[in-house]
Design a protein around this ligand. Structure first.
Ligand code: IPE
Ligand code: IPE
Ligand code: MG
Length: 251
């Protein structure tokens, strides 16, 4: 049981939670271990986040798993992260399927090792009809890249005369992002005490509630997740309006 879970208003849940899972290296360092030790211990936190989300039926969870900038890390760390990803996908595939989750990936899949890419494509295909929730992994993902690639796609259409520049509005632009099928992020959580976005979902978090936790990612768990939801529900989301307008409209 969870004290925090009991405090959650199930009528007011975020639709889309995104997490920057940060602090594995520091967690390992605190224990006098190699950074990889931290990455290995991060898996239970990932599982907890997925399960907690599923338990209260939050339909979209995006996990920042590997950024486009993370390729610049030492080769052995990149290599062990890719092996761990492959191993974890193998171990968790059945559970993801059985939970009724649909897997999506956002990012530059072509940069990933062939094996990992194949595993991801297979699992996406296997889970494509699942309807209990959407698990979105941001892998080799960079938001600036994503925005630029949308601009390129749209420019090509403008050049071909398919769209007039004056008709390009937010909704049209969003259709060209990797996240076109998902709602905007309602709640963004980052662990490890860093207060930055690190090139994650820059467009999609325009009106998200942001929560920066001091704990390191391997220490994250189900209770921490529920605590974040409780804190989220205490916020008033005004979208530029004033409180009284929200009450009038009972938003
Ligand atoms: C997050 O933890 C995992 C990835 C970015 C892949 P870090 O590896 O960034 O850990 P710190 O931030 O160095 O402690
Ligand atoms: C962000 O963490 C990327 C992921 C959690 C996958 P980083 O550790 O790469 O971010 P910076 O470098 O501290 O901004
Ligand atoms: Mg980090």
């Amino acid at each position: 049981m969870s004290r925090f879970k009991d405090e959650i208003n199930l009528e007011k849940l975020p639709k889309h939670v995104a997490i920057i899972m940060d602090g594995n290296g520091r967690w390992a360092k605190e224990r006098g271990k190699e950074r990889t030790f931290g990455h290995r211990h991060a898996i239970t936190a990932v599982r907890d986040a997925i399960n907690a989300c599923n338990e209260i039926h939050i339909p979209y969870l995006t996990l920042y798993t590997f950024s486009s900038e993370n390729w610049k890390r030492p080769e052995d760390e990149v290599h062990s992260l890719m092996s761990l990803l492959s191993e974890t996908l193998m171990q968790e595939a059945e559970d993801i399927y059985n939970k009724g989750l649909r897997l999506h990936v956002i990012g530059d899949l072509d940069k990933l090792p062939e094996l990992v890419k194949d595993q991801l494509l297979n699992l996406m295909d296997l889970t494509k009809d699942n309807q209990n929730g959407n698990l979105i992994l941001a892998l080799s993902y960079g938001s600036q890249d994503e925005i630029l690639s949308a601009v390129r796609k749209i420019s090509t259409k403008v050049k071909a005369g398919e769209i007039d520049p004056k008709d390009i509005d937010e909704a049209y632009f969003e259709k060209h992002l990797y996240t076109s099928e998902f709602p905007p992020v309602d709640l963004l959580i980052r662990t490890s005490g860093e207060i930055r976005i690190s090139n994650f979902l820059l467009w999609q978090i325009a009106y998200a509630e942001l929560q920066f936790l001091d704990i390191l990612w391997p220490d994250f768990n189900r209770d921490e997740f529920f605590k974040c939801i409780v804190a989220y529900q205490q916020k008033e989301r005004r979208y530029g309006k004033i409180s009284e307008q929200l009450e009038e409209k009972k938003i």
